[in-house]
Design a protein around this ligand. Sequence first.
Ligand SMILES: Cc1cc2nc3c(=O)[nH]c(=O)nc-3n(C[C@H](O)[C@H](O)[C@H](O)COP(=O)(O)OP(=O)(O)OC[C@H]3O[C@@H](n4cnc5c(N)ncnc54)[C@H](O)[C@@H]3O)c2cc1C
Length: 504
Amino acid sequence: MIPHRVRPANSCDVNTSGRYVLYWMQAFRRLHANHALDCAVMWSRELKKPLVVFEGLKRNYPWANARHHAFMLDGMQDNAAAAKKLGIAYWPFVETPENSGRGLVRKLAEDACLVVTDDYPAFIVPAHNRAIANCSVPVHLVDGNSIVPLSLLGPAASAAAHLRHRIHANFAEAWRNRAAAEPEIHKSAKSKLDPPFEPWAGDRAGAEVDASVPPVPEVRGGSKAARAALAEFISKKLPRYAEERNDPDDPADGAASRLSPYLRHGHLAIQEIAEAVLGESWSPAEIDPKAKGKRADFYTRDANAGSFLDEAITWRDTGYHWHFAQNVAHGSGTVSWHGEAGSPSFNFESFDFSPLKKRTLEVVLPEWAKATLRKHVGDKREHTYSLEEFESGATHDELWNAAQRELVRTGRIHNYLRMLWGKKVLEWSKTPSDAYRVLEHLNNKYAIDGRDPNSYTGILWCFGLFDRPWFEREVYGTVRYMTSASTAKKFDLDGYMRYVNGLG
Ligand SMILES: Cc1cc2nc3c(=O)[nH]c(=O)nc-3n(C[C@H](O)[C@H](O)[C@H](O)COP(=O)(O)OP(=O)(O)OC[C@H]3O[C@@H](n4cnc5c(N)ncnc54)[C@H](O)[C@@H]3O)c2cc1C
């Protein structure tokens, strides 16, 4: 394992009389291709103690609803089966009104030699990690987010183009140090230790949360479904990806992978996706050093594979790294928190990035974007809508309404329409801050891949993050503008409307 992946969250000594090594699985919810799991396995071998994997599901995470819950519960079922095969103790906990999880991880840590957990740089995980750092045993935060460890990528980049070069420079070495495809479980790691709480029985009873956002029947979560989706993508869609990825036609026919929900919940590792795309025989010897920093040809001369990997690695990492860099730059070596040095980390109380009660956009946008949006804040808006009107898809624009309906019904919007969807909320809100609130809420409530680093950077891109100034116009200022009419010309609009109308 590359040491750059692991950060100590405290300076406690190992509790050699602890009963087990605890892996608290929060974000990389899988028992394969997982650097955090590898780290926990290594410690259990070193200390000759059983490995315990604790995977919990709270009831009160922000935007908790039946859709998000169902996806994660599917994953927990798969993990229970995988743990059984590996012979390790897997302790699943699902909070119910009668059975609170408050203080549970801290209690488990008290009996542990040490704790290993996921260094996911957004949503509620940094807060969890900050809290558990106060326990009496070492807590190791492991970055299993990407192929290249985020700590090797330097300070926050202002554009994907700047990060691409850094990723490419570190890629070959990181590839050689990928997580174990299947963990090598030694004898002492195996056990049948029972948890000191009522473990989840594998059903939905008692696990109900806000049912107003129901599960999407066609979409199953978990590593099994993730692998099936990956196999389907490789055989049917990848060969058309470069040409057709931007066409949001009927998703069954589209070329986009639809893998983001699995990546978001850690049911699939980005390394397994890259392995499947590049093929078994691929090695870093195939990297073209002349293409370092370029979108195409770096990993492979296959245009489809190259185009896909640039999205899945450069663009995905841009969001993850941006969050990671904010946390590290403004934190105390571990994870930062709002109120400290005015840093733009996630504010748990208001569910946004507004430290010191400043508005999010004021804190995180580049200067040019802030200045231009401020200059145009008083511009007359031809249309403005409330959150309720946006949410129910009741704008004057049929394409926008269709995209919103797709999101509500299926938990996804195709990337191309998602950009338009976000831009129009900026145009049709009273202020940019109002627009940000609406987008954060709708994206994170309905999208199965929501509440991710790329939720925030995707939304913030609509306001100028990672972009450059364009031409001056009303409301947007020099922030890039998109119209439904020109977007609709670029794909089969009728096909898309037929698909959305058929969703019911
Ligand atoms: C307003 C807005 C909100 C967004 N919210 C989210 C979100 O909540 N969660 C999320 O994962 N992505 C988000 N994105 C980025 C992008 O829309 C999705 O990652 C992509 O649509 C996922 O579909 P796919 O898996 O079929 O993508 P594919 O085209 O198959 O791409 C493969 C993978 O590459 C990554 N990727 C592709 N495009 C982007 C991109 N533009 N930025 C970052 N990573 C990318 C994703 O991990 C994706 O799964 C948002 C973008 C915008 C404009």
